[in-house]
Design a protein around this ligand. Sequence first.
Ligand SMILES: NC(=O)c1ccc[n+]([C@@H]2O[C@H](COP(=O)([O-])OP(=O)(O)OC[C@H]3O[C@@H](n4cnc5c(N)ncnc54)[C@H](OP(=O)(O)O)[C@@H]3O)[C@@H](O)[C@H]2O)c1
Length: 251
Amino acid sequence: MQYNLNNKIAIITGATGGIGRALATEFYSMGTGMVLTGRNIEQLNMLCENLTKIKSDAPAPLCICADLTTPGIEEQIIQHAIEHFGRLDILINNAAIIEGQMFLKTDNAFLEKMMHTNFTVPYTLSRLALPHMLKNKYGRIIYITSVTGYTGDAGMSAYAASKGAVASAAKSIAAEYGRRGITANCIAPGIVDTPATKKLPEERYKELKNMIPARRFAHPEEIAYLASFLASERAAYINGQQIHINGGLVR
Ligand SMILES: NC(=O)c1ccc[n+]([C@@H]2O[C@H](COP(=O)([O-])OP(=O)(O)OC[C@H]3O[C@@H](n4cnc5c(N)ncnc54)[C@H](OP(=O)(O)O)[C@@H]3O)[C@@H](O)[C@H]2O)c1
């Protein structure tokens, strides 16, 4: 029997991005009620319009257009989700900024922006979502981290640290709440075919592809398939893990 995610409610941050759109499509197809966040209202509206063309018994998604660094926005998102759907089962912390600066040029303003968006926001959302998950003894907190947070990379120390911090927090959440039906896991993609990676210079694109045993970047849908499995009841025994999905780039 196939698993499904109907009767579940999920928040997906960064739904307007390359991976976010694939996540929203996968969860909508599985019947999940969703709160979708992004900063770009046109992209959010277009995403919601496209979702409704998919055959699904999912309720219409609730879209929230907001900058996640706005003070207090995390409380508002959780509150809207509960007011609208009455429960919360799944949180996918996907929104992030992917930017690099060489180590000696990394000033504190850049570091703080990176840590706030990529670590503090997912951490805060998780803390606020958890009490609602505990009520139903079911919760799936999923973080989209990165191979870079695991291996490090030149010019990416702040980004890597933000993702490494997330992976570390997930392990502690798993340790604290695993016995109460909650799992907290990370999905660490290698390089994914998204609008951002399509902008790479052709030479660099080829060079990166040749480094990957699969000789291609991940399709965003491949990240979404793993996320929907981790969100399902079938993944109840996977907890505190960082699952690498990188075509064999890191073994
Ligand atoms: N692409 C890759 O190769 C790759 C590899 C490893 C890990 N990842 C991870 O995968 C996740 C998704 O990446 P992606 O490639 O899909 O990136 P993307 O296309 O740039 O999308 C990023 C998303 O995050 C949102 N976002 C960023 N900063 C925000 C803020 N301050 N407030 C609200 N929303 C904000 C963006 O919203 P708007 O577009 O509406 O502004 C967008 O929806 C990230 O966590 C990234 O670190 C990506």
